[in-house]
Design a protein around this ligand. Structure first.
Ligand SMILES: O=P(O)(O)OC[C@H]1O[C@H](OP(=O)(O)OP(=O)(O)O)[C@H](O)[C@@H]1O
Length: 274
């Protein structure tokens, strides 16, 4: 994506050397001229724990080498789901992660961050933020690939992008109801679904991690006279065998390229620079 962004914006593509020492510490070397440059580090944070030291060291190094400003383009921004102290003593890691990034960068650009109980990135970041929405790209893909779609969100939080996508296509939409009992244990209910047959269901969500949300939502179509759903996800994290398990209950699974994945057929690269 960094190469694509450099080409679209007619910018130079920098060279960053990143490797592990034998003890697993991170080695960083910037092999491009930084003096006087406005620098953007492109790093999708799908594996944030091993990625973070290198990312912070690269930002600090760019500044020490004379960059006038250092921005972060993180197509997927991690840790935004832990946005509340759900149990006593828990870290509100969205706030802490944002604080770490705010200390190293001058600005951050991301795609559809998980903003649920936080409504604006500025509530947790102290630097300039920009949010890019994938909805136009999702709507284009659905228009081209799905006939007679019914756009469905698996939980109340998805209502925002489901209604946006459906509105762009001129398709009906429906929002299901979800209760999360644990990391891999969610319960999805779909009241009234049997009254909406005659459409191709298209499940749309921001993140697939364990895949349980989409899988539990998809299962409702097995018994209600619909064809298997098409599943459209913005950020394809797909931990473990989540992708295979979701494919088994779907007619197709597709994601955007915010996270490199075999399902990433929807490009949002041009939206980042628009
Ligand atoms: O693939 P999974 O492991 O099911 O994770 C993906 C789900 O998690 C997020 O919502 P979450 O359940 O965190 O709910 P929230 O809206 O209350 O933050 C996200 O919006 C997806 O629906």
């Amino acid at each position: 994506m960094a190469a694509q962004l450099a080409e679209i914006t007619n910018s130079a593509l920098g060279a960053l050397e990143l490797r592990r020492f034998p003890d697993q510490e991170t080695y960083v070397r910037i092999a491009s001229e930084m003096a006087g440059k406005s620098v953007e580090l492109v790093c999708t944070l799908a594996h944030p724990d091993p990625q973070l030291p290198g990312l912070l060291f690269a930002a600090y190094t760019a500044r020490e080498l004379g960059a006038t400003s250092v921005g972060l383009i993180a197509p997927y921004l991690a840790y935004m789901r832990q946005d509340k102290r759900f149990s006593d003593g828990e870290s509100v890691s969205s706030r802490h992660f944002a604080r770490l990034l705010s200390g190293a960068f001058d600005r951050v650009v991301t795609v559809d961050p998980h903003l649920h109980r936080i409504h604006d990135l500025d509530e947790v970041f102290s630097i300039k933020t920009k949010v890019v929405h994938a909805a136009p790209a999702l709507a284009d893909w659905i228009t081209t690939h799905v006939e007679n779609p019914l756009i469905i969100g698996p939980d109340s939080e998805s209502a925002q992008w489901v209604s946006d996508v459906a509105g762009r296509i001129g398709a009906p939409h429906l929002v299901l109801s979800k209760i999360r009992h644990g990391d891999r244990n969610v319960e999805v209910t779909a009241p009234g679904l049997e009254n909406r047959t005659g459409y191709q269901p298209v499940l749309v969500d921001d993140i697939a991690s364990s895949g349980r949300t989409m899988i539990e939502a998809a299962r409702h179509f097995e018994t209600t006279g619909f064809p298997k759903p098409v599943c459209v996800v913005v950020h394809a994290l797909f931990a473990g065998d989540a992708y295979e398990a979701l494919k088994a209950v779907s007619s197709r699974v597709v994601s955007t390229n915010t996270v490199p994945h075999v399902s990433a057929d929807i490009s949002i690269t041009s939206l980042i620079v628009s």
